[in-house]
Design a binder for this molecule. Structure first.
Ligand code: K1U
Ligand code: ZN
Length: 193
């Protein structure tokens, strides 16, 4: 900050920066809901992990905690880049960021989990997915990492990568069940608008 400013001008500048920071920390994004066709967009790989990507990650985390949810893919907030956030802790203390995530299925084991989706609010269904996977991604500094998640983390990252590919958990259900969910959500959306 230039040193020829008066105290009150400096205070005003500091206050404005504080407000800006606070505002940035509180940016809640709109979550698209099924059957919005934008949820079917295939997201593009991130080419550079820069400050704009980190700002989006921060807004996605705020949005996920506010919802509340345990995961969120950029597709769900109408940003079509391959970015996912997950936090499985009970106190929002373990945010994890996955940029350009890729998985490899390690064996034939399948796990059955009751899944929900912030883009399909109010509906929970049992879905089968591979249990053992290897995951490769970039962190929020653009550094590559690998892990072999299991349990809920393995399920959640597969659910989020499906979002990046334009796929929803309702696509694993029968056409009858999916259509019933679609009609119920459309009715609720008409009431809201
Ligand atoms: O991607 C999303 O829509 C988020 C989704 C992730 C998910 C949940 C369960 C199985 C697979 C993937 C959710 O977070 S739904 C909400 C939810 O599960 C939850 C909400 C509050 C507390 C605990 C869980
Ligand atoms: Zn979802």
């Amino acid at each position: 900050m230039p040193n020829n400013l008066t105290n009150s001008t400096m205070l005003a500048v500091v206050y404005a920066r504080l407000l800006e920071t606070r505002h940035k920390q509180m940016s809640l994004l709109n979550i698209l809901e099924f059957p919005d066709p934008r949820l079917r967009t295939v997201a593009k790989p991130v080419t550079e992990v820069d400050d704009s990507v980190r700002a989006l990650v921060s807004d996605m985390l705020e949005t996920m905690y506010d919802a509340p949810g345990i995961g969120l893919a950029a597709t769900q907030v109408n940003v079509h880049q391959r970015i996912v956030v997950i936090d499985l802790s009970e106190d929002a203390s373990k945010p994890q960021v996955f940029i350009n995530p890729e998985i490899e299925v390690l064996d034939d084991a399948i796990c059955e989990t009751q899944e929900g989706c912030l883009s399909v609010p109010g509906f929970y269904e049992t879905i089968d997915r591979p249990e053992h996977i290897r995951l490769k991604a970039l962190d929020q500094d653009g550094k590559p990492f690998e892990m072999e998640p299991d349990g809920l983390m393995a399920v959640c990252i597969q659910h989020e990568i499906d979002h990046l590919n334009g796929k929803l958990f309702v696509d694993y259900l029968s056409a009858f069940k999916r259509d019933r969910i679609k009609k119920k959500l459309e009715k609720l959306q008409r009431k809201k608008n």
